[in-house]
Ligand binder design. Structure first.
Ligand SMILES: *Cc1c(COP(=O)(O)O)cnc(C)c1O
Ligand code: SF4
Length: 362
């Protein structure tokens, strides 16, 4: 059976000309976007295209994926490797920065290419698939490093691997006695949910504790198909977590964050991290200042379920790690703890029980 007219079948958009054809960029923008495409990969899957409201020039879905000439401007404080993966790479495809856990990056391809990506200098459709030999060396490194209790599959997007290769990796990791946890970070369930089929679910099977952290930044990304994909993963025994990036024009209001976290919870996804933007080249248009991020989260505390509350983190440069950014509700004032009530905003004194000469035994 022929597929029918290819024009009618939605396809992943991978270049500026097809963006214009799909009505997602104006024809006069094409030359500029072609220059952007020389530097950074682009891809917008059919599932994501279907989420975009073409009548809204500020559409929060389009903003995440449609390139912009602003990406050609790199600021002095932007770095090509903002999270410093390179110096913490013992063997190709592994990043070991914390004692008890390490990343495995089996490929650098993603279903979509986010315009704010912190690894935008390295991700791309042709990039970074480890060879069989490199993958075996990386897996051997996990087997030979007993301090590591958790393997974190990332990339790129590990759910872009073939089911066969994913099953091989899961099998090798599952056989390593000192590993307790296998965690995957993926954007596939919301941007290419059709990939979460029986073979992929079977490939994820493991006796280890399995977590999948889904990257989503807007409530609308939880489409009916995405919810089905996530439901299948949770039914397969995978604990679902959510990670989001705080992004100007996408989720930079208390209401947008509330909607996002509620959409996650209703799909059995526990919001885990809200990331401060990493300063990768050409991403300045997405940055929300930390003080604003803290105020947004402060406005949500008490108003939404405690289950919805993520940890707001900044990945420090030079491999110093991800640091929580608050907001804090407690501060020391005149030697006493002062704790702000999330419901009323009123400061409450919490008297310290000092261990001092009065109540010591001496
Ligand atoms: C983010 C990250 C992790 C995971 O950190 P968690 O705080 O456990 O989510 C592990 N290794 C590296 C190199 C990372 O960047
Ligand atoms: S899915 Fe993740 S790694 Fe891939 S482009 Fe988006 S932010 Fe980057």
């Amino acid at each position: 059976m022929p597929d029918g007219d290819p024009q009618l079948k939605p396809r992943t958009l991978r270049d500026p000309a097809s963006l214009v054809q799909a009505g997602l960029a104006r024809p006069e923008a094409e030359p500029g976007l072609r220059r952007v495409a020389e530097h950074f990969a682009m891809a917008i899957t059919p599932a994501v295209q279907a989420l975009i409201d073409r009548d809204d020039p500020a559409d929060p879905i389009a903003r995440q994926y449609v390139p912009d000439v602003a990406e050609l401007v790199t600021r002095p404080d932007e770095r090509s490797d903002p999270t410093s993966d390179a110096p913490f790479t013992p063997v190709k495809g592994v990043v070991h920065r914390y004692p008890d856990r390490a990343l495995l990056k089996p490929l650098l391809a993603c279903p979509v290419y986010c315009r704010f990506c912190f690894r935008r200098e390295v991700v791309g459709p042709d990039g970074g698939l480890l060879t069989e030999a490199e993958l075996e060396t990386a897996l051997d490194w996990f087997a030979a490093t007993p301090t590591v209790r958790e393997a974190i599959l990332t990339g790129g997007d590990p759910l872009m691997l073939s089911a066969r290769r994913l099953a091989h990796i899961m099998g090798r990791l599952s056989a390593i006695p000192h590993l307790d946890i296998i965690r995957l970070h993926s954007r596939v369930p919301v941007t290419a949910p059709e990939r979460v089929d029986d073979r992929l679910i079977a490939a994820l099977s493991t006796d280890k504790a399995a977590f999948l952290c889904v990257h989503a930044n807007h409530a609308r990304e939880f489409s009916p198909a995405a919810k089905v994909a996530l439901r299948r993963l949770s039914q397969a025994g995978v604990t679902l977590l959510g990670q989001s990036v705080l992004l100007r024009g996408v989720n930079d209001s208390s209401q947008a964050l509330e909607n996002l976290f509620r959409a996650m919870l209703s799909t059995q996804v526990k919001p885990y991290y809200l990331h401060q933007l990493d300063r990768a080249p050409g991403t300045a248009r997405f940055e929300v200042p930390i003080e604003e991020g803290r105020a947004l989260l402060r406005g949500l505390r008490g108003r939404i379920s405690g289950l919805a509350w993520p940890t707001y983190v900044l990945d420090l440069p030079d491999g110093a790690g991800k640091a929580p950014l608050g907001p804090d509700f407690a501060a020391i004032k005149d030697g006493e703890w002062q704790v702000e009530g999330p419901l009323d905003g009123v400061p409450y004194q919490h008297h310290s029980r000092h261990t001092n000469s009065e109540n010591s035994d001496s």
